[in-house]
Design a protein around this ligand. Structure first.
Ligand SMILES: [Zn+2]
Length: 287
Protein backbone atom coordinates (compact mmCIF):
# COMPACT_ATOMS: atom_id res chain seq x y z
CA UNK A 1 0.00 0.00 0.00
CA UNK A 2 1.27 3.45 -0.84
CA UNK A 3 1.63 5.99 1.90
CA UNK A 4 -0.72 8.42 0.17
CA UNK A 5 -3.47 5.83 0.37
CA UNK A 6 -3.28 6.04 4.14
CA UNK A 7 -4.07 9.71 4.06
CA UNK A 8 -6.62 9.61 1.35
CA UNK A 9 -9.80 11.01 2.63
CA UNK A 10 -12.31 8.30 3.13
CA UNK A 11 -15.43 9.03 1.24
CA UNK A 12 -18.48 8.92 3.40
CA UNK A 13 -21.24 6.96 1.83
CA UNK A 14 -24.74 7.12 3.13
CA UNK A 15 -25.95 3.63 3.84
CA UNK A 16 -29.05 2.82 1.91
CA UNK A 17 -30.76 -0.02 3.70
CA UNK A 18 -31.57 -3.01 1.56
CA UNK A 19 -35.21 -4.12 1.35
CA UNK A 20 -34.25 -7.01 3.67
CA UNK A 21 -32.76 -4.64 6.25
CA UNK A 22 -35.93 -2.58 6.17
CA UNK A 23 -37.96 -5.63 6.97
CA UNK A 24 -35.81 -6.28 10.03
CA UNK A 25 -37.39 -3.31 11.78
CA UNK A 26 -40.34 -4.96 13.47
CA UNK A 27 -43.45 -3.33 12.21
CA UNK A 28 -45.30 -1.44 14.89
CA UNK A 29 -42.52 -1.47 17.49
CA UNK A 30 -40.15 0.89 15.70
CA UNK A 31 -40.67 3.69 13.22
CA UNK A 32 -38.16 5.12 10.81
CA UNK A 33 -38.28 8.84 10.15
CA UNK A 34 -39.04 9.39 6.46
CA UNK A 35 -36.98 12.58 6.48
CA UNK A 36 -33.77 11.80 8.42
CA UNK A 37 -33.91 8.03 8.83
CA UNK A 38 -33.72 8.07 12.64
CA UNK A 39 -35.34 5.03 14.12
CA UNK A 40 -37.53 5.61 17.13
CA UNK A 41 -39.48 3.25 19.32
CA UNK A 42 -43.14 3.77 18.44
CA UNK A 43 -44.13 4.33 22.07
CA UNK A 44 -41.41 6.96 22.50
CA UNK A 45 -42.49 8.61 19.27
CA UNK A 46 -46.10 8.71 20.46
CA UNK A 47 -45.02 10.21 23.77
CA UNK A 48 -43.26 12.91 21.75
CA UNK A 49 -46.55 13.69 19.93
CA UNK A 50 -45.21 11.83 16.88
CA UNK A 51 -42.48 14.36 16.22
CA UNK A 52 -39.01 13.05 15.26
CA UNK A 53 -36.53 13.86 18.03
CA UNK A 54 -33.66 14.33 15.58
CA UNK A 55 -35.08 16.49 12.81
CA UNK A 56 -38.51 17.63 14.03
CA UNK A 57 -40.39 15.82 11.26
CA UNK A 58 -44.10 15.74 12.09
CA UNK A 59 -45.55 12.28 11.48
CA UNK A 60 -49.26 12.08 10.65
CA UNK A 61 -51.52 11.83 13.65
CA UNK A 62 -54.71 9.81 13.66
CA UNK A 63 -57.88 11.67 14.60
CA UNK A 64 -58.09 10.03 18.07
CA UNK A 65 -54.42 10.84 18.74
CA UNK A 66 -54.98 14.44 17.73
CA UNK A 67 -58.04 14.78 19.94
CA UNK A 68 -56.19 13.32 22.94
CA UNK A 69 -53.32 15.77 22.38
CA UNK A 70 -55.61 18.81 22.29
CA UNK A 71 -58.60 18.46 24.62
CA UNK A 72 -58.44 18.62 28.42
CA UNK A 73 -57.84 15.19 29.97
CA UNK A 74 -58.70 13.60 26.63
CA UNK A 75 -62.40 14.13 27.34
CA UNK A 76 -64.43 14.46 24.19
CA UNK A 77 -68.11 14.15 23.33
CA UNK A 78 -68.57 12.98 19.76
CA UNK A 79 -71.29 14.26 17.37
CA UNK A 80 -72.95 12.24 14.60
CA UNK A 81 -70.81 9.20 15.32
CA UNK A 82 -73.06 6.82 13.39
CA UNK A 83 -73.19 8.76 10.16
CA UNK A 84 -71.83 6.58 7.34
CA UNK A 85 -71.36 7.05 3.60
CA UNK A 86 -73.81 5.78 1.02
CA UNK A 87 -72.78 5.00 -2.51
CA UNK A 88 -74.91 7.57 -4.36
CA UNK A 89 -73.32 7.06 -7.79
CA UNK A 90 -72.95 3.28 -7.59
CA UNK A 91 -69.22 3.79 -8.03
CA UNK A 92 -67.36 0.51 -8.57
CA UNK A 93 -65.73 -0.88 -5.40
CA UNK A 94 -66.65 2.20 -3.34
CA UNK A 95 -68.64 0.34 -0.69
CA UNK A 96 -65.91 -2.26 -0.38
CA UNK A 97 -63.25 0.41 0.05
CA UNK A 98 -65.28 2.21 2.71
CA UNK A 99 -65.66 -1.04 4.62
CA UNK A 100 -61.93 -1.79 4.35
CA UNK A 101 -61.05 1.69 5.66
CA UNK A 102 -63.50 1.28 8.54
CA UNK A 103 -61.84 -1.97 9.54
CA UNK A 104 -58.34 -0.59 9.16
CA UNK A 105 -58.90 2.69 11.01
CA UNK A 106 -61.68 1.88 13.46
CA UNK A 107 -63.42 5.03 12.20
CA UNK A 108 -66.75 5.42 10.43
CA UNK A 109 -65.65 8.31 8.20
CA UNK A 110 -62.69 10.58 7.45
CA UNK A 111 -63.65 13.19 10.04
CA UNK A 112 -64.52 13.07 13.73
CA UNK A 113 -66.50 15.99 15.11
CA UNK A 114 -67.56 16.74 18.65
CA UNK A 115 -66.89 18.98 21.58
CA UNK A 116 -64.54 19.21 24.49
CA UNK A 117 -62.80 21.81 26.55
CA UNK A 118 -59.38 23.17 25.66
CA UNK A 119 -57.74 24.97 28.56
CA UNK A 120 -61.21 25.09 30.12
CA UNK A 121 -62.84 26.70 27.07
CA UNK A 122 -65.74 24.69 25.62
CA UNK A 123 -65.00 24.25 21.92
CA UNK A 124 -66.45 22.43 18.94
CA UNK A 125 -63.68 20.35 17.39
CA UNK A 126 -63.33 18.57 14.04
CA UNK A 127 -60.41 16.34 13.11
CA UNK A 128 -59.82 14.71 9.75
CA UNK A 129 -57.99 11.41 9.47
CA UNK A 130 -55.98 10.71 6.34
CA UNK A 131 -56.14 6.94 6.87
CA UNK A 132 -59.77 6.94 5.75
CA UNK A 133 -60.03 7.35 1.95
CA UNK A 134 -57.02 9.70 2.19
CA UNK A 135 -59.11 12.04 4.29
CA UNK A 136 -61.14 12.85 1.21
CA UNK A 137 -64.29 14.90 1.50
CA UNK A 138 -67.48 13.08 0.58
CA UNK A 139 -71.04 13.94 1.58
CA UNK A 140 -70.63 12.66 5.13
CA UNK A 141 -67.43 14.59 5.78
CA UNK A 142 -69.07 17.77 4.48
CA UNK A 143 -72.27 17.15 6.42
CA UNK A 144 -70.46 16.46 9.69
CA UNK A 145 -68.38 19.62 9.34
CA UNK A 146 -71.42 21.73 8.41
CA UNK A 147 -73.36 20.31 11.38
CA UNK A 148 -70.43 20.95 13.71
CA UNK A 149 -70.39 24.59 12.57
CA UNK A 150 -74.17 24.68 13.15
CA UNK A 151 -73.72 23.36 16.68
CA UNK A 152 -71.07 26.01 17.30
CA UNK A 153 -73.70 28.62 16.34
CA UNK A 154 -76.37 27.05 18.59
CA UNK A 155 -74.03 26.84 21.55
CA UNK A 156 -72.05 30.02 20.79
CA UNK A 157 -68.82 28.03 20.94
CA UNK A 158 -65.69 28.52 18.87
CA UNK A 159 -64.85 25.84 16.30
CA UNK A 160 -61.38 24.42 15.69
CA UNK A 161 -60.91 22.16 12.69
CA UNK A 162 -57.81 20.10 11.89
CA UNK A 163 -57.65 19.18 8.24
CA UNK A 164 -55.69 16.38 6.60
CA UNK A 165 -57.06 15.58 3.20
CA UNK A 166 -56.33 14.61 -0.36
CA UNK A 167 -59.29 16.73 -1.49
CA UNK A 168 -62.72 15.91 -2.84
CA UNK A 169 -63.82 12.25 -2.91
CA UNK A 170 -63.86 11.12 -6.50
CA UNK A 171 -66.29 8.26 -5.83
CA UNK A 172 -68.98 10.81 -5.00
CA UNK A 173 -68.35 13.07 -7.98
CA UNK A 174 -70.23 16.36 -7.98
CA UNK A 175 -71.83 15.58 -4.61
CA UNK A 176 -68.39 15.77 -3.08
CA UNK A 177 -67.69 19.12 -4.78
CA UNK A 178 -70.97 20.46 -3.37
CA UNK A 179 -69.54 19.99 0.12
CA UNK A 180 -67.19 22.89 -0.56
CA UNK A 181 -70.15 25.26 -0.85
CA UNK A 182 -72.07 23.66 2.01
CA UNK A 183 -69.22 23.85 4.52
CA UNK A 184 -68.32 27.39 3.42
CA UNK A 185 -71.94 28.51 3.92
CA UNK A 186 -72.03 26.94 7.40
CA UNK A 187 -68.86 28.79 8.34
CA UNK A 188 -70.27 32.03 6.97
CA UNK A 189 -73.14 31.61 9.42
CA UNK A 190 -70.60 31.32 12.24
CA UNK A 191 -68.95 34.48 11.00
CA UNK A 192 -72.25 36.37 10.98
CA UNK A 193 -72.76 35.29 14.58
CA UNK A 194 -69.37 36.66 15.55
CA UNK A 195 -67.99 33.23 16.37
CA UNK A 196 -64.38 32.19 16.06
CA UNK A 197 -63.29 29.58 13.54
CA UNK A 198 -59.69 28.38 13.67
CA UNK A 199 -58.38 26.17 10.88
CA UNK A 200 -55.31 24.03 11.55
CA UNK A 201 -53.86 22.66 8.34
CA UNK A 202 -51.85 19.48 8.78
CA UNK A 203 -49.97 17.31 6.31
CA UNK A 204 -51.41 17.02 3.68
CA UNK A 205 -54.24 19.48 3.03
CA UNK A 206 -54.94 19.61 -0.68
CA UNK A 207 -57.62 19.89 -3.36
CA UNK A 208 -61.19 20.86 -2.51
CA UNK A 209 -60.49 20.92 1.22
CA UNK A 210 -57.70 23.49 0.87
CA UNK A 211 -60.01 25.41 -1.47
CA UNK A 212 -62.89 25.56 1.00
CA UNK A 213 -63.21 25.33 4.78
CA UNK A 214 -59.55 24.81 5.65
CA UNK A 215 -58.62 28.20 4.17
CA UNK A 216 -61.58 30.02 5.73
CA UNK A 217 -60.33 30.30 9.31
CA UNK A 218 -60.50 33.60 11.09
CA UNK A 219 -57.07 32.31 12.01
CA UNK A 220 -55.30 29.79 9.78
CA UNK A 221 -52.51 27.80 11.43
CA UNK A 222 -50.42 24.97 10.02
CA UNK A 223 -47.94 22.40 11.23
CA UNK A 224 -44.30 22.64 10.11
CA UNK A 225 -43.56 21.04 6.77
CA UNK A 226 -47.22 20.37 5.98
CA UNK A 227 -48.00 20.04 2.28
CA UNK A 228 -50.78 22.48 1.47
CA UNK A 229 -52.04 23.19 -2.01
CA UNK A 230 -54.79 22.82 -4.54
CA UNK A 231 -53.40 20.97 -7.55
CA UNK A 232 -50.26 18.82 -7.50
CA UNK A 233 -46.85 20.23 -8.34
CA UNK A 234 -46.50 18.31 -11.61
CA UNK A 235 -49.88 19.46 -12.90
CA UNK A 236 -49.02 23.10 -12.17
CA UNK A 237 -45.54 22.82 -13.69
CA UNK A 238 -46.98 21.35 -16.86
CA UNK A 239 -49.64 24.06 -17.01
CA UNK A 240 -47.48 27.11 -16.36
CA UNK A 241 -44.39 25.57 -18.00
CA UNK A 242 -42.18 26.82 -15.21
CA UNK A 243 -40.08 25.14 -12.56
CA UNK A 244 -41.57 25.72 -9.14
CA UNK A 245 -39.48 26.53 -6.06
CA UNK A 246 -38.49 23.56 -3.87
CA UNK A 247 -40.48 24.72 -0.87
CA UNK A 248 -43.57 25.38 -2.99
CA UNK A 249 -46.81 24.24 -1.27
CA UNK A 250 -45.20 23.87 2.15
CA UNK A 251 -46.64 25.54 5.24
CA UNK A 252 -43.52 27.73 5.45
CA UNK A 253 -43.91 28.90 1.85
CA UNK A 254 -47.56 29.75 2.41
CA UNK A 255 -46.73 31.68 5.58
CA UNK A 256 -44.13 33.70 3.67
CA UNK A 257 -46.73 34.55 1.05
CA UNK A 258 -49.45 35.59 3.45
CA UNK A 259 -51.77 32.63 3.19
CA UNK A 260 -51.25 31.46 6.77
CA UNK A 261 -51.14 33.31 10.05
CA UNK A 262 -48.63 31.05 11.78
CA UNK A 263 -46.77 27.79 11.48
CA UNK A 264 -46.94 26.18 14.91
CA UNK A 265 -44.81 23.20 15.99
CA UNK A 266 -47.00 20.45 17.41
CA UNK A 267 -45.58 20.82 20.92
CA UNK A 268 -46.80 24.42 21.03
CA UNK A 269 -50.13 23.84 19.35
CA UNK A 270 -52.35 23.24 22.37
CA UNK A 271 -50.95 26.26 24.23
CA UNK A 272 -51.30 28.42 21.12
CA UNK A 273 -54.93 27.38 20.72
CA UNK A 274 -55.64 28.09 24.39
CA UNK A 275 -54.17 31.56 23.97
CA UNK A 276 -56.34 32.19 20.91
CA UNK A 277 -59.45 30.96 22.76
CA UNK A 278 -58.56 33.13 25.72
CA UNK A 279 -58.22 36.30 23.64
CA UNK A 280 -61.48 35.56 21.92
CA UNK A 281 -63.41 34.77 25.10
CA UNK A 282 -62.23 38.04 26.55
CA UNK A 283 -63.37 39.88 23.41
CA UNK A 284 -66.83 38.33 23.66
CA UNK A 285 -67.22 39.11 27.35
CA UNK A 286 -66.48 42.78 26.80
CA UNK A 287 -68.74 43.16 23.78
ZN1 LIG B 1 -36.27 12.76 11.54
Amino acid sequence: MLLKDLFRKQRKYATIPSPEAKKEIPEGIMQKCPRCGTIMITKELEKNLKVCKSCGYHYSMTAPERIRSIVDEGRFFEYDEDMVSEDPLGFPEYKKKIKADMDKSGLKEAVITGEGTIGGYPTVIGVMDSRFRMGSMGSVVGEKIARAAGRAVDKQYPFILFSASGGARMQEGVLSLMQMAKTSAALEKMHRNGLLFVSVLTNPTTGGVSASFSSLGDINLAEPGALIGFAGRRVIEQTVRQKLPDDFQTAEFLLKHGQLDRVVPRHELRDTLIKILEFHAYGRETQ
